[in-house]
Design a protein around this ligand. Structure first.
Ligand code: MRU
Length: 353
């Protein structure tokens, strides 16, 4: 059985606060799998650009980076309280404007805002030094809570995965979270508890989070896997090689619709056609009860060259018009279960959370 105590977690932590508390440490996800490059960032613009360029990516990891990032940036802000607060809210807004779809980013920044404003409500004369301590404690708590949630949702979800072929899309592993992962965390926990599975990894065009990142994590953990192109999933299902699919989410709405990496909807439709269970795994910070349905989720459109260019090579006419939505929405009726740290729910049960 997988150990769910965060204190005993020995795996990868891709988003950290440096020991001296003065920099955000990130494993650069653009460089993987070729190189393992660790970055140390302390300037607001560097941190915001790291989120925009997918140096750090995955809904929970983005939230962790923003929480730590805001604290680190606060160290360079003015020492007078009024000026400090102006700079703090401006920095928070810059970070909020990096990526629109993953709600975890906004949850993390909101936790920081509430912690600071509640302290000021209690004591309007609170020093800037004390406000910084509060930002640091809130960020560290956010990261700890995310790791705990991943380990616990892994334990809840593991029994849902049957032995055999498990399809996953994008990267939802340790890299995408504070550690362990969501959908990939469930796969890890199932494997650790003895389920004989074989993971089919969608390469996840256009930015290849599956082939670059998920395959890297699985190979490292020696979990059996095969990399497939996104357009092979249907054929694998038709051949009986896939028994379940599991993905993560960037935002889940009240009715159980789930936004996730572009291509997830296609996987869900294929699962429906083939009678294969389709699970979404996410911490409760990914559930946005303020939105009624997936139609209200803002979907990020990214640069056209992410589609036209592959590596350094142009794979399309340089001027061909492109669409590049980074996410799609899977309707609740295609989702078998939503796996969270509080248990496994049907989409209809979410509103009661
Ligand atoms: O654009 P990305 O790589 O940040 O997209 C990530 C995903 O879509 C993940 O599946 C999702 O954030 C869940 S990560 C645990």
């Amino acid at each position: 059985m997988f150990d769910t105590n965060p204190e005993n977690y020995q795996g990868l932590r891709p988003v950290q606060l440096r020991v001296d508390g003065r920099a955000l440490i990130l494993l650069d996800q653009r460089a993987l799998p070729a190189d393992e490059v660790w970055l140390e960032l302390s300037a607001l613009e560097d941190i915001a650009v790291a989120i925009e360029t997918l140096t750090v990516r995955g809904a929970p990891a983005i939230g962790c980076a923003a929480a730590i990032g805001l604290y680190v940036v606060s160290l360079g802000m003015p020492e007078t309280r009024a000026d400090f607060l102006v700079a703090l809210w401006a920095a928070s807004e810059r970070l909020a404007n990096t990526r629109p779809t993953a709600v975890n980013l906004f949850v993390a920044l909101e936790q920081q805002r509430v912690a600071v404003t509640e302290q000021l409500d209690r004591d309007p004369d609170t020093s800037v030094a004390r406000l910084r301590e509060i930002l640091r404690a809130t960020a560290e708590q956010h990261v700890r809570a995310d790791l705990r949630a991943c380990l616990e949702l892994g334990a809840h979800g593991a029994p849902k995965l049957p032995p055999g072929g498990i399809l996953t899309h994008c990267n939802t592993g340790a890299l995408a979270t504070a550690g362990h992962g969501t959908a990939l965390g469930v796969i890890r926990s199932a494997w650790a508890s003895g389920t004989k599975l074989h993971v089919f990894v969608d390469e996840t065009r256009p930015l290849l989070q599956g082939s670059r990142l998920t395959a890297w994590e699985l190979v490292h953990d020696q979990i059996p896997c095969s990399l497939i192109c996104d357009n092979m999933a249907g054929a694998m299902m038709a051949r009986g090689e896939i028994q379940a699919a599991i993905v993560g989410a960037d935002r889940i709405t009240r009715n159980g619709d789930a936004a996730n990496k572009i291509g997830t909807y296609t996987v869900a439709v294929l699962c429906k056609h083939h009678g294969i269970p389709f699970y979404v795994a996410a911490p409760v910070t990914t559930i946005d009860l303020s939105l009624a349905t997936g139609a209200e989720i803002p979907i990020e459109e990214r640069d056209a060259d992410e589609v036209r260019v592959h590596g350094a090579a142009l794979r399309a006419p340089a001027n061909v018009p492109v669409r590049n939505p980074a996410f799609d929405v899977t309707p609740a009726e295609l989702i078998t279960g939503i796996i969270t740290e509080r248990g496994v729910f049907t989409p209809a049960e979410l509103a009661g959370l």
